[in-house]
Design a protein around this ligand. Structure first.
Ligand SMILES: NC(=O)C1=CN([C@@H]2O[C@H](COP(=O)(O)OP(=O)(O)OC[C@H]3O[C@@H](n4cnc5c(N)ncnc54)[C@H](OP(=O)(O)O)[C@@H]3O)[C@@H](O)[C@H]2O)C=CC1
Ligand SMILES: O=C1CO[C@H](CO)[C@@H](O)[C@@H]1O
Length: 279
């Protein structure tokens, strides 16, 4: 990937940007409106939200303002939202999708994800997402927080393969086994908490690479994500960081840098393990 507008061809749906803006814990209203608008102005083309973030209305307004300022069209952007756990099931998933697009003020989403693999519910929810996809009401469908065993179970039943699996991934949780499984099945890997929600930003091994390359630790970590084949969605509400997190296309990490960062793996999560999440 050479620039911020570079994309990945998913197994279905439209071209998917390598880098997007995440908006978890971003307050609805002015804060999320400004962050989304700023991101679009500096060149982001993907916004990742979820019903549970309770900011879809502000995200929609930020998108409209960003489009106005840049002269871009809705189809130039990639918008993702997610089905919350309480709404899993066939009819409830369809109703939740309708609610999300209404709040965002868009005709359809480019990608709708099952947020967590709620046991005994996610297969039924997937059938609802397949229905929306076959009807042309959503551009692509995918999953989030699915372990290999959830995916194996889903793939046995699915008529449409998930386009992506969005999971926690950073230098303390490298997820190589899952990545190989996704590669073998043509499913794109997407990293959430790519900066470990800030926890990885003082790591000396990465700091040394950052000093040598002349980039920040955050930029090195985000570059490591992309160079290892993971698309990603860092969150920031600060204009300078939104900008600098996207300024990662003018350098490359060496194989030794990549290996040194991956060697920091401790299989450590900042979020819940999908197998033990209290739904
Ligand atoms: N599918 C799922 O279950 C989940 C999905 N997600 C998605 O992934 C996105 C990213 O993950 P998230 O949990 O937000 O964590 P991130 O790893 O993106 O970290 C965000 C934190 O890092 C700070 N930060 C961002 N950039 C910099 C920088 N350059 N220098 C220093 N600090 C920085 C932010 O603060 P500030 O804003 O002040 O800059 C914020 O506190 C979410 O926003 C959401 O869209 C997240 C969790 C679960
Ligand atoms: O995306 C996420 C962030 O918000 C949720 C909780 O409120 C998490 O469960 C989820 O993974």
């Amino acid at each position: 990937m050479k620039n911020l507008q570079d994309t990945i061809q998913l197994n279905h749906g439209k071209a998917f940007p390598w880098l997007g803006l995440g908006v978890f814990q971003v307050e609805d209203g002015d804060t999320v409106i400004s962050a989304v608008e700023e991101a679009i102005v500096v060149g982001y083309r993907h916004i990742d939200t979820a019903a549970i973030y309770q900011n879809e209305e502000g995200v929609g307004e930020g998108i409209r303002r960003g489009l106005k300022r840049t002269g871009l069209q809705r189809e130039d952007l990639f918008i993702t939202s997610k089905l919350w756990n309480a709404e899993q099931g066939y009819d409830s998933a369809i109703a939740a999708y309708e609610e999300s697009i209404k709040k965002l003020g868009v005709e359809k989403l480019d990608l709708y994800l099952i947020h967590w693999p709620v046991e005994n519910k996610y297969l039924e929810s997937w059938k609802a997402l397949e229905f929306l996809y076959h009807e042309g009401r959503v551009g692509a469908i995918g999953v989030s927080n699915f372990h290999i065993h959830h995916l194996e179970n889903l793939l046995k039943e699915a008529a449409v393969k998930p386009a992506i699996n969005q999971v926690e991934r950073h230098p303390r949780l490298v997820q190589n086994e899952l990545k190989s499984f996704l590669d073998n099945n043509g499913i794109q890997a997407v990293a959430w908490a790519p900066l470990m929600q800030g926890e990885i930003l003082h790591e000396p091994v990465i700091q040394a690479i950052a000093d040598r390359v002349g980039k920040s630790v955050a930029q090195i970590v985000l570059r490591w994500q992309l160079q290892s084949g993971w698309a990603t969605i860092p969150k920031s509400i600060q204009a300078k960081r939104i900008q600098s997190n996207a300024d990662i296309f003018d350098f490359s990490l060496t194989d030794a840098d990549m290996a040194a960062i991956s060697a920091l793996d401790q299989h450590r999560r900042v979020g819940p393990d999908p197998d033990h999440f209290d739904f």
